[in-house]
Design a protein. Structure first.
Length: 278
């Protein structure tokens, strides 16, 4: 089998169109990724072994371990037979505060709240986003979702990964990150945005997954005023987006979309109802 950094080619017996044949296909890699701070393991997640510097920085920001990427003094990737360690060192005050809230997470793909120690941590108040004057045409947001697929390079190869992307009305889709875990993809996107010196306050986060509460919490930490997702939100995700001041569009597909919170940022087609919560 031929191996790449994020995929492997595997042999299979394929049955398609009533016929059986021996063939091969590209399969997404999944490995254990340990996030360590100042020599101690904080989280172990299963994910795609690509863009791991972005992942480490994004996870640190969206989980409120740091407020700024500059508080991470160094980051190093240490591969071994069991997976990859994303080794980060924090400056003094941040290291002390993290030690006080130390927790270790062992998370399968799709687990965004594994290992927390209290209900309060699970239902933490979201950060309030800015961008009150930001307004987008709904057709542009839907068009952005429709334009995302060609940017999902790994998913085109494997059909097995989620994507999180940042879209700006002037620049279009500028950044895309992919992972077998939807939370990981969003963390990688957050890290990429920060590392490139960008701000998310005047664009939209695009998701190829459902919208659960932790996805909204992470987007709020990033400061994104708009989330657009291909699948449906949970009730708690809607409530959290409302609290955070985030405009949530979901079930965004070829036939339309739903605006669930803060519709003031969305210019709907003429005649569309605007009774969603403001």
């Amino acid at each position: 089998m031929a191996k790449g950094s994020t995929f492997t080619r595997h042999w299979e017996i394929a049955w398609r169109g009533g016929q059986t044949k021996s063939t091969s296909r590209l399969v997404a890699e999944e490995t254990a990724i340990a996030l360590t701070y100042n020599g101690s393991t904080h989280a172990v997640m299963m994910g795609t072994p690509g863009d791991l510097e972005d992942f480490g920085i994004g996870f640190s920001l969206t989980e409120a371990i740091v407020e700024r990427a500059s508080e991470i003094s160094s980051i190093e990737l240490i591969p071994n037979d069991l997976g990859v360690e994303v080794r980060m060192w924090l400056d003094g005050d941040r290291a002390s505060s993290l030690a006080a809230r130390r927790r270790t997470i062992s998370g399968p793909v799709g687990c965004g709240l594994c290992g927390i120690e209290s209900l309060e941590q699970a239902r933490r108040a979201p950060a309030r986003v800015k961008g009150r004057g930001v307004v987008f045409h709904a057709r542009d947001l839907l068009g952005a979702m429709q334009a995302l697929s060609p940017h999902q390079i790994l998913n085109q190869q494997t059909r097995a990964v989620h994507a999180a992307a940042f879209w700006h009305p002037r620049g279009g889709i500028g950044l895309v990150r992919e992972d077998v875990g939807r939370h990981n993809a969003l963390d990688k996107l957050a890290g990429a945005i920060v590392r490139e010196g960008r701000s998310a306050c005047d664009g939209a986060v695009l998701l190829t997954s459902r919208v659960s509460v932790e996805m909204v919490q992470k987007a709020a930490m990033l400061g994104a005023p708009v989330i657009v997702a291909v699948s449906a939100p949970t009730a708690l995700a809607i409530k959290t987006a409302d609290e955070a001041g985030i405009t949530l569009l979901a079930i965004a597909r070829d036939d339309g979309y739903g605006v669930f919170t803060h519709p003031r940022r969305v210019l709907l087609p003429d005649g569309a109802a605007t009774h969603a919560g403001c």
